[in-house]
Design a protein around this ligand. Sequence first.
Ligand code: DHB
Ligand code: FE
Length: 265
Amino acid sequence: KASPRLRKVMGSLIQHIHDFARENEITVDEWMAGLELLNESGRMSNDRRNEGQLLCDILGLESLVDEITYKLVADAKDGPTSTAILGPFWRKDAPRRKMGETIVFGIESGDRTYMHGQVIDYRTGKPIEGAELDVWHTAPNGLYEQQDPDQPDMNLRGRFTTGKDGRYNFYCLRPTSYPIPFDGPAGKLLQLLDRHPMRPAHIHFIITAPGYKPIVTQLFDRRDKYITNDAVFAVKSSLVMDFLPYKGDPKADFELAYDFKLASF
Ligand code: DHB
Ligand code: FE
């Protein structure tokens, strides 16, 4: 038996999709072209490629539902860390690493960065013990590890668990801007719309902790030229960061300090 929510949502979808077709006088040929785009995106998709998600993302849909979902979570102005879209490149079971370790392997280029901070309760400011920080970003060539046969498996990914002080720290790279994969329907659509495929430099995170609402987010580099022009509309001002020069540590030239703020259930 259909749930009330499903009934409501599908009724609304059908209404809007019919209005869309009527308003634009969509012809059979145009509908077929759209259908072919969807079918091609299905054919392309696999474990390593989520073309349907890319299509949604360039239309701003993942970003919109992220914002809607976040509004339900955030109950205060100085609230928890803002969320941002998951994107198509998260992998489950990233390696667990010890605090202070690096997530960079087999890569010589790129700006080494020391990232550190605390995971705290946004209401009380108290550190959260046992919070898991799952992090992933691209290599300087703009590719995530699963897109790039030259990178070791699970490169530039890691999971870190906080101790009593809620602190975390690890080494990564200062990320670079890069194009979303544009060799499929999403790329073709961008081209037809005279749009670029670039995303501003970012690092992805999922922060979870017992008793707290999980946060999926990204941190962005203020100096990136695409910071105001993200192909998938994910940038939020509170997530734009300054990477600062870092002296006295042979393992890093930049520093990124950030405290993740979580909301308890
Ligand atoms: C998308 C998101 C990303 O974080 C990324 O690296 C590439 C693409 C996306 O939303 O499609
Ligand atoms: Fe990304």
